[in-house]
Design a protein around this ligand. Structure first.
Ligand code: HEC
Length: 127
């Protein structure tokens, strides 16, 4: 596990960010750019309150994962994905790949905001 996150606003979700061994090693060692073979997965679920937990705490304060929304992947292959900073992107819903070209064309340009600081990756290793 690399980290967790909560997006409010329209996304309103809870997220887990996971990495394969190559990605996690690069995080631990502080290696940038990430080496080829690094894979980062971002899982997300609807952000829902838990009446069961709230009852125990005696007030509304507990939020847990609801239905899954989508899973996104960043895969590092500096040759194959040379046009997008060495990263290939993918999104899955209900276990199936989303093949929308319009959607896929949004990933790299937005991730480019952190191209120079963290090799196109937003998530920091959870302290
Ligand atoms: C509008 C900007 C934007 C777009 C478009 C976007 N992302 Fe991201 N992405 C982010 C931000 C900001 C984070 C970190 C916060 C979070 O988890 O929401 C992130 C996190 C991720 C992560 C976790 C690793 C990391 O870089 O932090 C993956 C994997 C990811 N995005 C894949 C994708 C894929 C695949 C697409 C296209 C389908 C995409 N993203 C589109 C902004 C964007």
């Amino acid at each position: 596990m690399i980290g967790v996150a909560h997006e409010a606003g329209k996304l309103n979700d809870l997220r887990a960010i996971l990495g394969n061994d190559i990605a996690v090693k690069a995080y631990r060692d502080g290696t940038r750019p990430f080496p080829d073979g690094a894979i980062i997965a971002r899982l997300a679920w609807e952000y829902v309150s838990s009446a069961e937990n709230d009852a125990v705490f005696g007030q509304a304060q507990s939020f847990v994962p609801g239905s899954p929304t989508n899973v996104q992947f960043s895969v590092k292959d500096s040759k194959k994905f040379a046009d997008t900073g060495g990263w290939g992107y993918g999104q899955f819903e209900g276990g199936k790949p989303n093949r929308s070209e319009v959607l896929m064309n949004t990933c790299a340009p937005c991730h480019a905001a952190v191209s120079s600081t963290n090799d196109f990756v937003f998530t920091r290793y959870a302290p």
